[in-house]
Design a protein around this ligand. Sequence first.
Ligand SMILES: *Cc1c(COP(=O)(O)O)cnc(C)c1O
Length: 373
Amino acid sequence: MHTIMSPCDLAPAHIRAIAPYQPGKPIAELAREMNLDEAAIVKLASNENPLGPSPLARAAAIASLDELALYPDGNGFALKSALAARLGVDMAGVVLGNGSNDVLELVARALLAPGASAIYSRHAFAVYPLATQAAGATGIETPARDFGHDLNAMLAAVRDDTRVIFIANPNNPTGTLIAPGALHDFLRALPARIAVVLDEAYGEYLEPSARAPSVAWLTEFPNLIVTRTFSKAYGLAGLRVGYALARPELADLLNRVRQPFNVNGPALAAAAAALDDMDFLAETKRVNDAGMAQLTRAFTDMGLTYLPSAGNFVCVRVDRAGVDGIGVFQALLRRGVIVRPVANYGMPEWLRVSIGLPAQNARFLETLAEVLG
Ligand SMILES: *Cc1c(COP(=O)(O)O)cnc(C)c1O
């Protein structure tokens, strides 16, 4: 007699142990499940830009459709040179990704393996543990401080086998921000053999004075990898484009584990155009600042605690009257409002809500008040 084995049983244990990423619920899915009209649903669950895509990016994507039969430029020359010119970096130090999620995975694939470890903070972006685990490396989660990164704890967690440290600044889902001086001290204190991924997915939402001079730091720290995305402030989440900036030697290593055509043609065209759309970025920030004020003022009026956020989302504590974040999330869903529970981030009492347009924010607030009674 022999046991029937499946390929799943023979998959590496570190792959079988991966907990799937939990994305925000799509509008169409909720409409199907609850028999609701899609137009009546408000989704504030995935930190998407409520203004839609930049009009310049949209036009560039449409213009690129005639070339759908062709493979895209695997080196992304036009987008990389636009980024290099804008940021004042060497084109050889730019790595393009199918979203910055892809770039985070390239880092894990290139630098991590069984026997290596990566450090990330509690309540930090969920992709760091996922990418670490998929590479068969050991994840080290350091305790948070006021829901943000405790850089001293991260330094103290460094082991001989540590290869990568992931830092989201601002962090998702907590919205916490590390001051530039503290980050710089951290980079100086860290052994140069350890790569630091500084994930700036929400950097465009910061006041210029709060932004770390991370691009300038690339010359000082050969172990620094800065990642950014077109998914959030540029409004192109559906196209999937992000990038990493690093010293050419390190960028070259990441490019070696990249799929040759990982960024598609419309995405390359749209991202390059979005980069020039300064008006759209400014309007995005204006809408976000106003929406953040609208939500946080209402939370205060409702007696709810929230985490001051530097991103395009905010976490609010909703555990009242015996319900937790999941309970409130589900009650909101039944009323056609999608937000994000963050129990999987170790925050079962909280919900994360993305900043929407004024009417979307108002609809969320009214519905929340109704649910909390
Ligand atoms: C949204 C997000 C990303 C990546 O998004 P992509 O769409 O893959 O570019 C990366 N890091 C953080 C912290 C995020 O919140």
